[in-house]
Write a protein that binds this ligand. Structure first.
Ligand code: AVJ
Length: 323
């Protein structure tokens, strides 16, 4: 029989809607305008992202899975983890690979998925519980940039932050994130990190501007989120998708370009926003990494290098760090 998993809630019910309002106000009154990438992921946005992961141009998901397929056993042997903490998801195939390897190694007792969405977390927790009936699933509803203290689970724990999502944080935010993960862990515990690597800009731009236009729809979806959640009247089809490689910062930036001048009303935050023709709204930074850079940042954050693995085409890296 399945027991309902334990869920700790560190967020108030209105956390997301308050954060969206604050972000929309800050970003849409800034010069240049911006919106944070976390607002892509309503139900439709999450489904579009799933589609992106299956596109021929979008290699990161397949490359990371290849590494996990090859290395999950080594990760289990190196860490001897009793607890797997996963930041940001919890139902994916990649999670199952890690859980299976830790289970086979004989040390796994607890899985701790952490997500801002309680619904997503309950679904993930139940699905994992069904496949790993002996596992204690202890979910945490929280924001990984703010609620890493008091992570449950028996030591040693591995905190997995996969998919290259670390690339959505700006350098200062990454530094803060590494410091807070380090503070949440006891010495000897682990961080498992997925990072997309710097490569041919054409390959990168294609991965963020696919021929089928799925990424364009994903990008525009953030305007639909604002229309629905804040009563805004963005004319979604009047914005074009742009993916730009910034060689100085070594990141991909996604923009939405206003194809003509327009004025947008956002009643729920009492804002009227003007767009000039051709004005670009920044919606996501997706940083790409080099080994030296990752090592420098993690070392500064107080971690010691454990392992560095890449896929057969050196497109993506999975690295293990010890607190
Ligand atoms: C989920 C943040 C890793 O940056 O590659 C995919 C999101 N954006 N296509 C990424 C994304 C455009 C993705 N992450």
């Amino acid at each position: 029989t399945l027991i309902d998993p334990t869920i700790d809630i560190h967020l108030t019910p209105d956390y997301a809607s308050r954060a969206l309002r604050a972000d929309a106000r800050a970003g849409l009154t800034a010069e240049p305008k911006w919106l944070a990438p976390k607002w892509f992921y309503d139900a439709r946005g999450s489904e579009l992202f799933e589609q992106i992961t299956r596109l021929p141009e979008y290699y990161p998901t397949r490359a990371e899975r290849e590494i996990l397929d090859a290395r999950a056993g080594e990760i289990a042997a190196l860490t001897g983890a009793h607890t797997l903490v996963e930041l940001g998801s919890g139902s994916s195939e990649k999670t199952r690979l890690l859980l299976q390897a830790l289970h086979d190694h004989g040390t796994l007792s607890t899985f701790v998925p952490l997500d801002v969405s309680e619904v997503a977390l309950r679904d993930a927790a139940r699905a994992i519980n069904a496949d790993f009936p002996a596992l204690t699933v202890h979910g945490v509803v929280g924001d990984f940039t703010a609620h890493l203290d008091r992570l449950p689970g028996e030591a040693p724990r591995v905190v997995a932050f996969l998919g290259g999502t670390i690339g959505n944080l700006l350098p200062a935010e990454r530094a803060e994130f590494y410091t807070s993960v380090r503070a949440a862990l006891e010495p000897g515990e682990w961080l498992l990190l997925g990072t997309d690597l710097v490569k041919d800009p054409d390959v990168l731009v294609r991965a963020y501007d696919d021929a089928a236009g799925v990424t364009a729809e994903f990008n525009r979806n953030v305007l639909r989120v604002l229309n629905r959640q804040l009563g805004a009247d963005f004319e979604v089809e009047a914005f074009s998708h742009r993916a730009i490689w910034d060689p100085e910062n070594e990141w991909i930036e996604m923009h939405l370009r206003a194809d003509r001048a327009m004025s947008v009303l956002i009643p729920e935050i009492g804002l009227e926003v003007e767009f000039a023709e051709g004005e670009e709204l920044s919606t996501e930074v997706s940083a790409k990494f080099r080994r030296e850079g990752v090592e420098a940042e993690l070392t500064k954050g107080g971690f010691a290098a454990g392992a560095w693995w890449t896929d057969s085409e050196d497109r993506f890296a999975l690295s293990l760090w010890q607190a």
